[in-house]
Design a protein around this ligand. Sequence first.
Ligand code: ATP
Ligand code: FE2
Length: 326
Amino acid sequence: MICLGIESTAHTFGAGIVTDSGKILANIKDIYVPKKGGIHPREAAEHHTQACGTVLQDALTTAKIKLSDINLVTFSQGPGLPPCLRIGAVFARTLGLRLGIPIIGVNHCVAHIEIGNLTTGLSDPVTLYVSGGNTQVIAFTEGRYRIFGETLDNGIGNILDQFARAAGLPHPGGPKIEQLAQKGSYIILPYVVKGMDLSFGGILSEAVRKFVAGEKIENICYSLQENCFAMLTEVVERAVAHTDKTEVLLTGGVAANKRLQEMLRIMCAERGVKFAVVPAEFAGDNGAMIAWTGLLAYKAGQRQTIANTQIRPKWRTDEVDVAWKV
Ligand code: ATP
Ligand code: FE2
């Protein structure tokens, strides 16, 4: 069985082609980069409309298959920005109807975990999913992926990007901040963990305030990373202790950060827990993760009618029936 996965929740329009044995035949993406400022949902949707045909064609060419070889079409049904989600949903419905094949809507956050398991060989981890828009600590218990901790305001990637913008650094801010941090030393910033949840807004305000007051940017970048990543590591550690899981998975665009990886690796080594980072190609938003998760659902018996494919912009991770894991 060959499955096509369409991703379009935010910046990325992606098409992935995966077989039911977990072989990834293609994973093509085209990312909308705003000319200035943050993501504008309608402009991102316009980008996806322009990009979808070429991305699909590239994926078919890479996988060396024809459109008619596809047996299942899957798409990101949510959570995400409604105008962006709509493009992916319409594209997937059109393909499904034209090819006369089944369609499955996939939860984007769950897909990040499942592609992580496929590409790292872990099976039941505590997952730290850190991207622009999302920051969640997730583990599977009692039939569902449960959120053990999450941000109370913005995603960590978003916070890094916002600081970068305020300091005149290029977008995306994460990689540039990581680079500057290597030459910095610690200054005091807030550290905000509330129970198992995190809040980054106050840290961002203070970092910007210190920048405006003339503090060295290297020091702010270093301290921003140290505090935010230590907060994340603390919550992951408590989730591991609470669930008794023996694996930790790091995914999302921010997973590329070496300092965050190092903190988690040390914590896991101290607890005797396995640690894996999802390869960069599959850590950011991509179509292969949607294809693979859709396949898992389909093979577990999930079926969906076209009428059931409305987008779900606020679809929470813990609302998903994970039939394939029970
Ligand atoms: P989602 O829809 O899941 O929220 P997204 O559209 O934000 O995803 P991703 O590719 O998952 O996209 O993540 C992008 C984020 O990753 C940006 O905020 C960027 O600054 C951050 N990032 C990328 N590389 C690094 C790095 N080396 N260190 C820290 N952050 C990074
Ligand atoms: Fe994502």
